[in-house]
Write a protein that binds this ligand. Sequence first.
Ligand SMILES: NC(=O)c1ccc[n+]([C@@H]2O[C@H](COP(=O)([O-])OP(=O)(O)OC[C@H]3O[C@@H](n4cnc5c(N)ncnc54)[C@H](O)[C@@H]3O)[C@@H](O)[C@H]2O)c1
Length: 328
Amino acid sequence: MKKLVSFFGDQSDVFVKLNQEAEEYAKTKDIEFVWKPQLPFDEEDVISQLQNADAGLIDVQPYGEPIFSRMGDRCKLLIRFGVGFDAVDLKAASAHGIAITRTTGANKTSVAEMAMTQILALRRQLFLNRRVMESGVWEKNIAYEMVGKKVGILGFGNIGVCLAKRLSGFECEILAYDPYPNLKAAEELGVRFTDMDEIFRTCDAISVHLPYLPSTHHIINKERFDMMKENAVIVCTARGNIIDEDDLYDALKSGRIGGAGLDVFAQEPLPTDSRLFELENCILTPHVSSQTYESLWNIYKKAIDIMDAFYKGEPLGRGDLVNPDYVH
Ligand SMILES: NC(=O)c1ccc[n+]([C@@H]2O[C@H](COP(=O)([O-])OP(=O)(O)OC[C@H]3O[C@@H](n4cnc5c(N)ncnc54)[C@H](O)[C@@H]3O)[C@@H](O)[C@H]2O)c1
């Protein structure tokens, strides 16, 4: 029986239940599922667990040479709990013959729903309205509907496509930017591909679903905010550091743009003295876009399926294996 050790989650009831369910599901694939939550992250414990397992289900902490060089020969597979693999040193993993995979698509609905929620909350100024009421003022801000508005999706992958499906019910015009355009999905959903400039200049709402790469570091900055319409909003559920937070702060503080929703930050946890907390036109959530029961369960199930397929030598899903050169 192969062994999968999971480092994800905390001791809350929901994770206890999910891990019990994962253990049961793993048995049906002849896999022993062991849960070793890392709170706080203990690198020595992770290394010793991986020495005695065939695969690891890992969170967002950095995984690189210090772990790979000491985890022994048994574990040939690390599965990222989620999608972003920017904290994993792929070159080092390949050098040690370790496959890095991710659970592509398993959390797409959850993240797309969060992006949709943030766009609507910003457009209807939910948080500002509450603060105004609390201050004793009964004032009715005039907002705008979504119908007929332009929404730009940066990164038309699993989550971007899922967001477009949800937006289509709001009768918006949807634009997308992606260097590897999925033309079939775009045609089905009536999405038009264009460049970043058109999206920033013309859209009423922009949602960021790009991977974090050296080429996307601070790709959204002052130059882009200066292009935006005055009451346009931007939301980012992808990764911190895709947006330059200092430039975003200035654009929001000065009223240059209408609002922003951030679920991800350059530094996580976001320091409590962050200037972003001052802003009334900025929604902040602690990297919880994929934290729904359904999404978490989909990830556990997909991770177990990936491990099963990997050790049977079967092909993995499109985009799941992120360092195909791990085989020497
Ligand atoms: N907040 C959260 O909890 C959470 C959860 C899941 C995913 N994410 C993040 O959301 C993002 C998107 O996830 P996904 O599942 O849709 O991934 P995906 O791989 O399915 O889609 C990413 C898309 O970006 C495109 N892309 C690649 N390089 C690009 C570039 N340089 N410029 C523009 N587009 C580029 C790809 O062609 C692809 O279509 C990732 O950054 C991931 O880390 C965040």
